[in-house]
Ligand binder design. Structure first.
Ligand code: B12
Length: 213
C-alpha cells in the first residue's frame, strides 16, 4: 500500500505533535502495520534530526520539540505494539541510566518486550545503580535491561553490575544493555548477557536470553 510517509516525517521535523498523532492514526486506519508506520515514517524522521543535531544544524531545543512530536506518534502505536503477539514468559526491569534523560529508544524497547509477551517494569529515566538494585530485590525480574545514550553515562552500567555482584544478586538475573554508544564489545566487557542495537532485535534477544535462564 502506498502512503505519504514523508508527511509524517515533515510534521515530526516541524515538531507538530498533534499532526504527527493524527497522521499516525490515519495511517493505521488505512490498514498500514504499526511497525511499518514506525520504520517508514517516525524513525527516518528521528534519523534526520539526529544527523542535523550531530552537525550542529539545529539547537537542542529543536530536538526537544521533535522528541515531543515523536512521543505523540509513539503514544498512538504503544497499545498496538505492546499487545502480546508472542508468548515469551518472564519479567523484565528496565530503565535509562543515571544522568541520562533519553527515553525514546528505551520506550520503544519496552513496547517490543511487551509485544513479545513479557511483563515489563519500567523505572523511567535517570535511574541510579542503587535503584536498579532495589528493583531487582523488590520485583524479582528474570532480566535487568539498561539503556544508556551518552558516553558520559554508559559507565553507570558496569557500576550497577558491580553493585549487584557485591550484593550477591548478579547470578539471579540476566542483564541486557543497549543505547547509542553501547556495542556488543562493550556488553561483553562489562559481562552483560546480551546486547541489541535496535528495538526490532529485542524479541529475538529476549527469547535467546530466557531460553538459557
Ligand atoms: C532525541 C535526543 C535528545 C533529546 C531526548 C528526548 C527524549 N525524551 O529521549 C534531548 C533534547 C532531551 C537530548 C538531550 C541531550 N542530548 Co541527545 N540526542 C537525541 C538524539 C537526536 C536522538 C536519540 C533518539 O531518540 N533516537 C531514536 C531512538 C529510536 O533510537 P535510540 O535512542 O538509539 O534507541 C534504539 C537503540 O539504541 C536501542 N536501545 C536503546 N536503549 C536500549 C536498551 C536496551 C536494553 C536494548 C537491548 C536496546 C536499546 O533500541 C532503540 C530503538 O531501536 C541523539 C542522536 C543519536 N544519533 O542518537 C542525541 C544524542 C544521544 N544526544 C547527545 C547529547 C550530547 C545530548 C546532551 C548532552 C546535549 C546537551 N548539550 O545538553 C543532552 C543530555 C541530556 C541528558 N542528561 O540526558 C549526543 C550524545 C553523544 C555521546 N556519545 O555522548 C547524541 C548522540 C547527539 C550527537 N551529538 O550526535 N537529546
Amino acid at each position: 500500500m502506498s502512503y505519504e510517509y514523508a508527511l509524517i516525517q515533515e510534521a515530526l521535523l516541524e515538531g507538530k505533535a498533534n499532526v504527527v498523532r493524527d497522521l499516525t492514526k490515519d495511517a493505521l486506519s488505512k490498514g498500514i502495520e504499526p511497525m511499518t508506520v514506525l520504520e517508514k515514517g517516525l524513525l527516518p524522521g528521528m534519523r534526520i534530526i539526529s544527523e542535523k543535531f550531530k552537525n550542529n544544524q539545529v539547537y537542542i531545543s529543536d530536538v526537544l520539540i521533535v522528541s515531543r512530536a515523536m512521543h505523540a506518534g509513539l503514544h498512538v502505536l504503544k497499545p498496538i505494539l505492546s499487545e502480546a503477539q508472542q508468548s515469551l514468559k518472564g519479567r523484565v526491569v528496565i530503565g535509562t541510566v543515571a544522568g541520562d534523560l533519553h527515553d525514546i529508544g528505551k520506550n520503544l524497547v519496552v513496547m517490543m518486550m511487551r509485544g513479545a509477551g513479557l511483563d515489563v517494569i519500567d523505572l523511567g529515566v535517570d535511574v541510579q545503580p542503587e535503584d536498579y538494585v532495589q528493583a531487582v530485590v523488590e520485583y524479582h525480574p528474570d532480566v535487568l535491561a539498561m539503556s544508556a545514550m551518552l558516553t558520559t553515562t554508559m559507565g553507570v552500567i558496569p557500576e550497577t553490575i558491580q553493585e549487584l555482584e557485591q550484593k550477591k544478586l548478579r547470578d539471579r538475573i540476566k542483564i541486557v544493555v543497549g543505547g547509542g554508544p553501547t556495542t556488543k564489545d562493550f556488553a561483553d566487557k562489562v559481562k552483560a548477557d546480551g546486547y541489541a542495537a535496535e528495538a526490532t532485535e529485542v524479541a529475538d534477544l529476549m527469547e535467546r536470553i530466557l531460553s538459557d535462564h
